[in-house]
Design a protein. Structure first.
Length: 272
């Protein structure tokens, strides 16, 4: 019997004034899964992530993360408790420009969680090594490339020891040559069993790392299933049309690397 999902959305509706954005979203994420939400721009993908963190409150429906009913939270204390469990990495890095890389990682664990600074510092340095930026601990954000700043943002989210991490188009603001270094870090997290929900236009990456894929359009889930089913044998005509466009004319994918290459973090060069 399947275990209870870590994340469960049921019949979630949200509108801004007279503009419906989410029209009855049902979505499940099991602990340890990587789930990608794909679809055209404006289809509600990022709005789903913001509802998960309480940044937006739906007018109807239920959102549960673990034992927390997100839509029922009232007051800042409940939202802070939720965000201790949920890491969020945005399109923009949102690093504090006046703080060093290391201090960007220390501020939330020490100020919000009340951790001992020396313990938090040791963990922060370990996380910077994890994202291949241990040598940049003393640097300031303005001295880093976009890809490096986004890797710092991922490390900062991990510093809170969350149960899951949400990624909202984290490569969309990057130059093409920097995309791979960020995807490599996300790939490693999924391989280690971190629960990850990704909104992404990186179709090939989503196919390779996702346990489940949801295709959205006009605020609805049009199709969902395993990555193999959605990408290789979509059942809905709109999904097929979207993937054909996203993957190039005719829907032809580049030849797919062997699994041992896919699992090798080194397939993406990490800039230093």
């Amino acid at each position: 019997m399947p275990s209870e999902p870590l994340i469960q959305l049921r019949d979630v509706h949200l509108a801004f004034a007279d503009n419906p954005v989410l029209r009855g979203i049902d979505l499940d994420v099991q602990a340890g899964q990587a789930v990608s939400i794909i679809g055209p721009s404006g289809s509600g993908k990022s709005t789903i992530l913001r509802c998960l963190t309480g940044l937006l409150r739906p007018q109807r429906g239920s959102i549960r993360i673990g034992d927390t009913q997100v839509e029922q939270l009232r007051g800042e204390a409940g939202l802070i408790a939720l965000r201790k469990q949920v890491g969020f990495v945005f399109q923009q890095y949102n690093l504090f420009p006046h703080l060093s890389v290391l201090d960007n990682l220390l501020i939330a664990p020490t100020k919000v969680l009340g951790r001992d600074r020396s313990e938090a510092r040791e963990q922060a340095l370990t996380l910077l090594d994890k994202v291949r930026l241990g040598h940049k601990a003393a640097a300031f954000p303005g001295e880093l490339s976009g890809g490096q700043q986004q890797r710092v943002a991922i490390a900062r989210a991990l510093a809170m020891r969350p149960r899951l991490i949400l990624f909202d188009e984290v490569t969309s603001a990057l130059d093409p040559e920097m995309v791979g270094e960020v995807l490599a870090v996300i790939r490693q997290l999924t391989e280690e069993g971190m629960t990850c929900v990704l909104v992404t236009h990186e179709m090939r990456f989503a196919e390779e790392i996702s346990d489940q894929v949801y295709f959205t359009e006009h605020g609805r889930i049009v199709e969902h299933g395993s990555a193999e089913q959605v990408f290789r044998a979509p059942t809905h005509e709109r999904t097929r049309a979207f993937l054909q466009h996203a993957l190039g004319e005719g829907g032809q994918r580049p030849s797919r690397p062997a699994p041992d290459v896919l699992s090798n973090l080194g397939r993406y060069s990490l800039s230093v």
